[in-house]
Design a protein around this ligand. Structure first.
Ligand code: NDP
Ligand code: 2IT
Length: 444
């Protein structure tokens, strides 16, 4: 039995109730086969894969909070400190009812490789809660964040573990979490990223994931001899990543005709209006169906996803497994020739098989959405030197980082005999640095 299969079989036995984690681990391990077989003896001797697949530490805690009517609630809180071989744990916090340890372990493992791809010194972590911020007042969200941090502060710090946002955690939540950390510890330090601009946040962090997604898509499209300008793009989601992917895609001359939330999607043949979208989602915290009421010519499709809409390029920016095999075949049948993932693991295994079989351009999440955490690492640097850089400086660095990621992923794929397969390329390019750091630091 191959080393990779052996490790995966063992993992399955140990964690039978963690389907999302097992799915992510299987996909990653399978695509590491070429680098693992080239280094099998040394990896086995150092139990490298056995260590790589287990988080260094998982912290779980209860989060009690009181709603505006005085009713008490208890949610679950987590932080998965996955891998610190190349830097302090780094990764977002997700507040969503679907959050479980399995989902956070899958995200932590992905994050470890993603952070390595950025070329910056950040390890991998992820955390969050099954708390649902939808429909909660600002005061309720604040009390929840304060309670969450009252436990989490013991385990994080600027050189230990630096959380940020993810689904359900944006600037408002990061601000409340930061305020409570500072109040408890009396430390004014960069313990979180995605902070407000008046208290250590980096310019361009809000835009970074969406912009980075479009920068790497552009690089991949150019390398294939094509151009983003004039192309039709389908986006899912309407949160932080989707909003700034839409803005940047329009700036580069493409036309984004859809966006969505968990209730349905809107189709706007004239291109999604960024200002209306931001008014609904950032200011009013409303539902995407409002868009169709305000923008003449647009349509709302309740209960549907946008994958049946004809497009050149698809940018899934909502959540995991939002494109299954049948959705992928619909995209391909309608002529889609490029998929780049803003969300984490939005395409299921069947969908990825369909992309690879059709040989379309496909950039997986850990490379495509790495711009967010890359600018988070730049925020950490700015906090350390107590200076802040201009929007243009940060944006230029982000652009360079995404171009480097594209080149490293494409080169690794080619080096191991999988030219054009960016799944293999991204996993191997990310893993190589983490593996070498783990080997160099001994069996810990
Ligand atoms: P937001 O909370 O800002 O937005 C999430 C969007 O996705 C909303 O439109 C939401 O709709 C939709 N969504 C969430 N869960 C589901 C679901 N189960 N089914 C259908 N739609 C859903 O989050 P972000 O934009 O920050 O995150 C989006 C994705 O990008 C996630 O996969 C995240 O992990 C990933 N990501 C985020 C980064 C960042 O910097 N923020 C960096 C890298 C990746 P609704 O409001 O109805 O729930
Ligand atoms: O999935 C991700 O990369 C994020 N949610 C961003 C993490 C971060 O630390 O900025």
């Amino acid at each position: 039995m191959s080393y990779v299969t052996e490790v995966y079989d063992n993992l399955q036995k140990k964690h039978p109730y963690e389907p999302e984690f097992l799915e992510a681990a299987k996909r990653i391990l399978d695509s590491l086969e070429p680098i693992v077989s080239a280094n099998e003896e040394v990896y086995r001797k150092n139990a490298l894969l056995e260590r790589f697949v287990e988080p260094e530490r998982i912290i779980t805690f209860r989060v009690p909070w009181t709603d505006d009517k005085g009713v008490n609630h208890v949610n679950l809180g987590y932080r998965v400190q996955f891998n610190s071989a190349i830097g302090p744990y780094k990764g977002g916090l997700r507040f969503h009812p679907s959050v479980t340890q399995s989902i956070l372990k899958f995200l932590g493992m992905e994050q470890t490789l993603k952070n390595s791809l950025t070329g910056l010194p950040i390890g991998g972590g992820k955390g969050g809660s099954d708390f649902d911020p939808h429909g909660k007042s600002d005061a309720e969200v604040m009390r929840f964040c304060q309670s969450f941090m009252t436990e989490l502060y013991k385990y994080v710090g600027k050189d230990v573990d630096v959380p940020a946002g993810d689904i359900g955690v944006g600037g408002r939540e990061v601000g409340y979490l930061y305020g409570q950390y500072k109040r408890i510890t009396n430390l004014y330090e960069g313990v979180l990223t995605g902070k407000g601009l008046t208290f250590g946040g980096s310019l361009a962090r809000t835009e970074a994931t969406g912009y980075g997604l479009v920068y790497i898509t552009n690089e991949m499209v150019k390398a294939a001899g094509k151009d983003l300008a004039g192309k039709t793009v389908v986006v899912s989601g309407s949160g932080n990543v989707a909003q700034y992917a839409i803005q940047k895609a329009h700036e580069l001359g493409a036309k984004v005709v859809t966006c969505s939330d968990s209730n349905g999607y809107v189709y706007d043949p004239n291109g999604i209006n960024f200002d209306v979208l931001c008014q609904i989602k950032q200011v009013e915290r409303g539902r995407i169906k409002e868009y169709a009421k305000r923008v003449p010519g647009s349509e709302y499709h309740d209960g549907e996803k946008p994958w049946g809409v004809k497009c050149d390029i698809a940018l899934p920016c909502a959540t995991q497994n939002e494109i299954n095999g049948a959705d992928a075949r619909k995209l391909l049948d309608n002529g889609c020739w490029c998929v780049a993932e803003g969300a984490n693991m939005p395409s299921d295994a069947d969908a990825i098989d369909a992309y690879l079989a059709a040989k379309i351009l496909y950039m997986p999440a850990k490379a495509a959405n790495a711009g967010g955490v890359a600018v988070s690492a730049l925020e950490m640097s700015q906090n350390s030197e107590r200076l802040s850089w201009s929007f243009e400086e940060v944006d230029k660095m982000l652009h360079n980082i995404m171009v480097n990621i594209y080149n490293n992923v494409a080169t690794a794929a080619k080096k191991y005999g999988y030219e054009g397969n960016f799944v293999v390329g991204a996993n191997i390019a990310g893993f190589e640095k983490v593996a070498n750091a783990m080997l160099g630091q001994g069996v810990v």
